[in-house]
Design a protein. Structure first.
Length: 385
């Protein structure tokens, strides 16, 4: 069940040029297509109160369905009588406002995700507050969704504490590294992460059709020399690249690059642009990793040359200090970041000078979106009383 507090009342509703047009008490208007609104009918014939899923077969609705009468009932809800089968629908003003798709409404609903550079101060939060209070949880998740990077302090330095933090968001995603993995120097390493060498800026698991969305790295101990964390915003890199080298930008957003792991126990392969754009041309994910690449074999010679040169241009830009922040994690620190937005790296560390152990796990982006919407739903419920 969802809740829709009525923050703006409807002053008038009418049929205009076939659309259902609502005028709000803040002087804004919302127009709704008849077919769109008919498909959203919340009545118990069309929609289940139990499963919260649609019951009707939407193909039974004629695509030319029209509203023949509209009115406001005594609660201020919009009642629409339809041209077919005598059906009537009743819509909550709070729901109509939240789902308006006019230009002004889209601007209100649009999420702003500012990009960041070397001057960025990582938003930090306290683990116990996140675990015990939904308001603090909401603040943490909002920052993670907005900036793609957060720092959580005072996470208990006990094994699997990272899983407890991640599960505050949703289900943990298992991979070939397990549900949880340790970042520690290993003699029989099956990933460069398990060596003590410097790791370049990268995303984890670009070899997957859909790489993990969120990554959590919890520092158990880090008193060895070196081993600093380095982070960069791929969306900021893309923004600068588009201005400084538009031809390179066009290539790395339009060409599919190949990735493959070389594990003894699995063989994952995937491909994609180094920066993927949405339908509006905005960056939505990167797929940058230099140690899990595989040969590009699908391009003609000249296009291949252009793709490789564009990749090298991008990688050289990534080495510039203007894009990077560096932070040495201490015991109890946990960084949580969007693996498909934020690149992470590690400076070389020296095991003979001390210990370094991190525990990590992944959560899909879907879980973050779901958690934020559930928290918002609860706030709406409290407003409704």
């Amino acid at each position: 069940m969802d809740f829709w507090p009525i923050e703006f009342e409807i002053e008038d509703v009418q049929i205009r040029d076939g659309d259902i047009v609502v005028r709000w008490n803040d002087h804004k208007t919302s127009s709704f297509l008849p077919l769109w609104l008919r498909e959203q009918c919340p009545c118990r014939v069309c929609h289940s109160d139990i499963t919260r899923e649609t019951l009707m077969d939407v193909t039974d609705i004629p695509v030319d369905v029209q509203a023949v009468q509209v009115r406001l009932d005594d609660k201020g809800y919009v009642v629409v009588h339809w041209s077919t089968d005598g059906h009537a629908s009743c819509f909550n003003p709070g729901w109509l406002r939240a789902n308006s798709y006019d230009g002004w409404a889209q601007a209100v609903q649009m999420k702003i995700r500012p990009t960041w550079d070397h001057n960025f101060q990582i938003p930090d939060f306290d683990a116990l507050q996140i675990l015990n209070d939904d308001d603090h949880l909401c603040e943490w998740l909002t920052a993670l969704d907005t900036y793609g990077l957060t720092l959580v302090r005072n996470v208990p330095t006990q094994s699997k504490a990272v899983l407890e933090m991640a599960k505050r968001i949703g289900q943990v995603r298992s991979t070939n590294f397990g549900t949880m993995f340790e970042v520690v120097s290993k003699p029989d390493a099956d990933s460069n992460a398990y060596l003590s060498v410097e790791l370049p800026l990268h995303m984890d698991l670009p070899t997957r059709e859909t790489p993990p969305g969120l990554q959590f790295l919890h520092c158990m101990v880090n008193d060895a020399k070196g081993g600093d964390s380095v982070l960069a915003d791929a969306f900021h890199l893309a923004k600068i690249l588009k201005v400084e080298a538009p031809d390179v930008y066009e290539t790395i957003t339009g060409v599919n690059y190949s990735f493959k792991n070389r594990s003894l126990i699995c063989d994952y392969q995937a491909s994609g642009p180094l920066i993927r754009l949405d339908e509006a041309g905005n960056p939505v994910e990167h797929r940058i990793n230099t140690f899990l690449t595989s040969p590009i074999t699908h391009l003609p010679r000249d296009e291949l040359k252009n793709a490789l040169e564009a990749k090298h241009h991008l990688l050289h830009m990534l080495q510039e200090e203007r894009f990077k922040i560096q932070y040495k994690m201490g015991s109890g620190d946990m960084i949580a970041f969007d693996n498909r937005r934020v690149l992470h790296a590690r400076t070389e560390f020296f095991p003979n000078t001390g210990s370094r152990l991190l525990e990590g796990c992944y959560v899909d982006r879907d879980e973050l979106g779901s958690a934020l919407r559930m928290l918002a739903r609860e706030k709406r419920r409290l407003k409704c009383g």
